[in-house]
Design a protein. Structure first.
Length: 87
């Protein structure tokens, strides 16, 4: 199976435009884009932000490269790769 096409950073930034900029960070890596939460709040607050972020990505047919994107984004101190959503 061929590799997934790289997601343009501008598409990810556009998908997340409704979110407060201090909530997340978008980084480019070789072959893609990562997103991480950077806010210092309670676990419930991080989970709420992760749910909003994944919903915003989904509106553009994007998701995070993790079996459970919301939990992974809530718990991860590092960025998760943005990939096309399937299905």
């Amino acid at each position: 199976m061929p590799p997934e096409p790289a997601i343009p950073v501008e598409l990810v930034q556009h998908a997340l435009r409704a979110m407060r900029a201090g909530t997340f960070r978008v980084d480019t890596i070789p072959g893609g884009v990562t997103v991480s939460l950077v806010m210092a709040v309670s676990p419930a607050g991080r989970r709420n932000a992760a749910e909003r972020l994944t919903r915003s990505l989904a509106e553009y047919n994007l998701t995070l490269d993790a079996p459970d994107p919301i939990t992974a984004l809530t718990d991860s101190p590092t960025g998760l790769r943005v990939i096309p959503a399937h299905g």
